[in-house]
Design a protein around this ligand. Structure first.
Ligand code: HEC
Ligand code: HEC
Ligand code: HEC
Ligand code: HEC
Ligand code: HEC
Length: 283
């Protein structure tokens, strides 16, 4: 294949109206193709493809074409016609529903905020009382998962604080029966994704970067979409989020200097290079 021919067939295949007609071989042979190739012709003109001149013989044979050679839709296609109108009304509704569904928080899961069995508030405990995240989520630095505190952690205080509170009744019941409180999971990646808290927290990614201002949440809501893109955006440019390791649990952390300058320096000093390999997160 010569370079020019290859170039041409490439340009032809790029034409959205192409039905298999090769203009360098002369005029189209079927009237159907001829018709929609009006569009194709315009496209070719725009693309500056030269159409070969038809010779007299092939022109004559086109005029003499017997009628029965014309393409006709089979009879059964007539039964589709009444449904066509229905399709045209349903299609936009379907599209709207699809878009609505795609952006709905229960689909994207950001903003997901299930009710919990106890009115436990992070605003009160992590915010006003200033209890460090690691007091309750004590595995977060050493393990893949951040532990949800067992009832005993609550009882460290609530054995003596607000012992009569009705809001704390489920906590006392759990303590007496030994049955754990049935907290409802908020963040939940699909099973085919591997995530690891300690790999992030010990390298200088704060809880806030992924969970938002937990200390402003009376009831925990999921702030980020936890999509693959979200993970990858930060794995490509972690300097947008890196902070000194001793402030990973600080809420509302604002660096004294420019975040990018700080992040870039920390990245270099600690050789932080998050992997983009599929196998890092899909094992
Ligand atoms: C006094 C204990 C305590 C402290 C302190 C605490 N948490 Fe929690 N945390 C809990 C409990 C209990 C739950 C489960 C109930 C809920 O989701 O509200 C929870 C849930 C969460 C969840 C949602 C887990 C899920 O199901 O997806 C996140 C995220 C979280 N905490 C982050 C933090 C951060 C960040 C801090 C520090 C700023 C913090 N927590 C401080 C007790 C605590
Ligand atoms: C370090 C101590 C401490 C720990 C640990 C702790 N709390 Fe509290 N909690 C408090 C204090 C102090 C208050 C009350 C503040 C006030 O209203 O004076 C409180 C208030 C509450 C209230 C509100 C009760 C009411 O009647 O208003 C609930 C519910 C609660 N805590 C649940 C929990 C749960 C669940 C845990 C375990 C995950 C927990 N707390 C762990 C100190 C603690
Ligand atoms: C790099 C982002 C990121 C950082 C930083 C991060 N988390 Fe998470 N966290 C997640 C993701 C993603 C999940 C859901 C994990 C899953 O479904 O397997 C999660 C889940 C949780 C849970 C629910 C239990 C679990 O492990 O699934 C708790 C509690 C939690 N995080 C607390 C914290 C605390 C506290 C910190 C800071 C010390 C923190 N996280 C830092 C992304 C992060
Ligand atoms: C805000 C930034 C940030 C986000 C968001 C983030 N990561 Fe990371 N991730 C990092 C950094 C920084 C490291 C540590 C790289 C290093 O140690 O060189 C890391 C490391 C990891 C590691 C450990 C790799 C190893 O070598 O063991 C895994 C696994 C991982 N991330 C998975 C995820 C997944 C899954 C998500 C999304 C649910 C995610 N990360 C979101 C910044 C992020
Ligand atoms: C930093 C972590 C991370 C890396 C690296 C990563 N993924 Fe993912 N991937 C995710 C997360 C998180 C999800 C789940 C997204 C969701 O639930 O919306 C996901 C979902 C997927 C899905 C399912 C998509 C869907 O719509 O259900 C496929 C396929 C996939 N990843 C392929 C890959 C391939 C191929 C690579 C390598 C080029 C890769 N991933 C690298 C985190 C990662």
């Amino acid at each position: 294949m010569g370079a020019e021919t290859r170039n041409l067939s490439l340009r032809l295949s790029l034409c959205p109206y192409w039905h298999g007609w090769d203009p360098t071989a002369g005029e189209p042979q079927s009237p159907l193709i001829a018709e929609d190739c009006g569009l194709h012709r315009r496209y070719l003109r725009w693309r500056r493809v030269r159409i070969a001149r038809p010779d007299r013989d092939s022109l004559n044979s086109m005029n003499e074409r017997p009628h029965k050679e014309q393409f006709r839709f089979p009879r059964w296609t007539n039964t589709i016609r009444p449904h066509l109108g229905l399709g045209l009304t349903v299609a936009p509704l379907y599209l709207i529903a699809l878009i609505y569904y795609a952006f709905n928080p229960t689909t994207t899961m950001s903003g997901y905020q299930p009710p919990q069995p106890v009115e436990y508030s992070h605003t009160l405990h992590a915010g006003e009382l200033g209890i460090d995240c690691r007091y309750c989520h004590f595995t977060v630095e050493n393990a893949a998962t951040a532990a949800i505190p067992p009832t005993e952690v609550c009882m460290n205080c609530h054995a003596s604080i607000l012992t009569e509170s009705t809001k704390l009744l489920p906590v006392r019941e759990s303590h007496n029966s030994g049955m754990p409180i049935k907290w409802v999971r908020v963040h939940d990646l699909p099973d085919f994704v591997y995530f690891n808290h300690s790999a992030h927290v010990t390298r200088g990614i704060g809880c806030e970067s992924c969970h938002g201002r937990i200390d402003h949440m009376d009831q925990v809501a999921q702030e980020q979409r936890l999509s693959m893109r979200w993970c990858l955006d930060c794995h490509r440019e972690p300097e947008n989020h890196l902070r000194p390791v001793d402030v990973v649990t600080t809420m509302g952390y604002a660096p004294a200097e420019d975040q990018i300058a700080l992040g870039s320096r920390l990245r270099l000093e600690n050789q932080i290079n998050p992997s983009l390999d599929c196998s890092t997160c899909h094992r």
